[in-house]
Design a protein around this ligand. Sequence first.
Ligand code: ACM
Ligand code: ZN
Length: 762
Amino acid sequence: MKTHLYLKILIIILLTSCRPEMDEIIKPSIIPKPLAQKIGNGSFIFNNDVAIVSEPKLLDVSNYFTLYLKENYNFELSNNNSTKKITFKIDDSINNDEGYELNVSKNNITVKSKHAKGAFYAVQSLLQLLPLPSSSNTFKIACVNIKDEPQYKYRGMHLDVGRHFFSIDFIKKYIDLMARLKMNTFHWHLTEDQGWRIEIKKYPKLQEIAAFRNETLIGHYNDQPHQFDGKPYGGFYTQEQIKEVVAYAKTRQVTIIPEIEMPGHSQAAIAAYPELGCSGEQVEVATKWGVFDEVYCPKESTFKFLEDVIDEVVALFPGKYIHIGGDEAPKTNWKNCEYCQKLIKKEGLKDEHGLQSYFIARMEKYINTKGKQIIGWDEILEGGLAPNATVMSWRGTSGAVQAAKEGHDVILTPGSHCYFDHYQSENENEPLAIGGFLPLEKVYHFNPIPEGLTDKEATYVLGAQGNVWTEYMQTEKQVEYMAYPRVVALSEVLWSSPEHKNYSDFINRLEQYQKRLDLLEVNYANHIYSVKGKFTHLSDRLTFELNTTSSSYPIYYSTDRSFPSKLYSTPITIDASMHIKAVVLDSKKTALGAIFQQEINLHKGVGASIAIDKEPHPAYNTGGKGALINGVSGNNKRYGDREWLGFLGEDIEITIEFDKPTNINSFATRFFNGNGQWIYAPKEINLQLKLEDGRAISTLKKIENTKSLLVDFKLNISQFSEDKNLKATELKITIPSYGNIPEGKQGAGHKAWTFIDEIIIN
Ligand code: ACM
Ligand code: ZN
């Protein structure tokens, strides 16, 4: 008898251990985090005894779920006599169309919503409760009760298909991926200087000419001289394809906003129809990036063209909005155009900005007659906002503040938090990107409500959007790399309640979510096992602290350039210059992320005290003023990291006070000079040393060569003092801003940014 019992136990153990997926109930780790979620006891088992019932209004969504189970889990639901039921019900007491209640108990899964949208989002939560698909056709999910609704009604992702063109299949995948995160708006940027991508039947040259360019810039725009690949490039979407995408998006509860740029970013259209420009001269579809002088001339025939285009566009897109661009439209050609100047006089406009406002307001009026509303980038504020326009604020948040105060709806897409074309890691081996630095954590901590709005004004903030400009994204894989996982973080910013925001909890859920992205073959950037380092100034010593985003695995490090082999537990004491290497290793000592490297230069400024008379711009102040004298230099490409400080159009004065009189031989720093991003090195620097005997000596140095992306500044004290042994108590550095950006450059007329790096004192 006894052996029998042992045998039985053994069989049970074998059976259960052979089918781990049968036993495993995964812990609910839904992204974006639901508003309220109560985990109960037990589980709902998907076996051959489950049926689905739905009210007619929710049938499309329940069918989507049924099909999903079939395609991904090879799972077939049974008939109505089953013990267990999945029920889709309308519940009018839920007051948000996108809200839902999802209840999972042992024998029932109930989805309640007022609208199909809410039911669709309940299903998205449900899909994340399911284990990853396996060969077993039986699996279970935890009992849970979820009551959920979004914080913001506009949850968008943008994609620029003008700079690079992507297939219809990819556009659908992009929409599917965002819908899984409960994002509801796809902003399709369809026209650019470098390519017109939407078929307009009335104007065939848009397809023949504007959709193709002769060649494309190689490398970064800042790399001089410019080089080109010599290969024709282009393509466009037919109206049939667009209808197919619109219909697909509808099944994912995604609305598409088409963008037809005007009056700027229109060189491709002018290449096809030169009479749309001021001069009427032939131009080519642009082959490099940037802002071009070729803009539409506001002639009657131009408006006729744009109205015809809009007629075909509104017939394709059922959504409420048409985006008309409005950004980065240089006024050069309008200033030199007889017609434009006459029109300014005739309409009593103040200047060319007034003309831009006239242009937008006129197009708005036309678009309103079609029952649609316009959205424009924040430049549409210049010269007066069109009466019913919604503003998309990209140059920081001041446009959003102004528009909301004027009673207009706004959507936040500031470069500092929403430009997913910026770098996301400080690793030197990141693929080429436009510039900037926007790590996942910064996206996660974004607050779409800008400072300076009252509660009432804040109600004009509809939400926010991630922008994916594709100058440096030639492939669909690269678009995925730049967008993910930043879209995942943004989804939580827009859907989840801010009180529940917790980055380390988010990262734990992201680790799970990334496994789902693997199954969907998404080429996301996996930086959660990357090491990051930070100088910390403890009272008795300087230390360097290492950390990773995920704490699932340990960090190993070295300080002598060897492969990291010491287990990291406490901050590393910095008592000399050194080179730190660090990496996350799993139990087999395999590296999970890239190797982090940091050169530390223990110069004489490290540990001194520093004051700056202006606050760095909040978007570029991650490391604070101490970052200028912490022994760590900024990244060579990414001015948005924690080492560079950025100032917008201000003269700055930096004072470094030494804790004892210090002999100084040289001084060095560097400036970022990414003119394409509106960043300019200063033209001069003034240095003043306060000496131990109370005297002060100073010098003004011009900065000569400002052609390169990084402008080095170095000064030996011997260049302005003969005293080799002078001892200073204080160093004051005065840096006047470059001033306004010159005509003909990107951002002309705006204040230039100043970005300064480590101040190295020897
Ligand atoms: C933009 O990034 N030019 C809106
Ligand atoms: Zn003109």
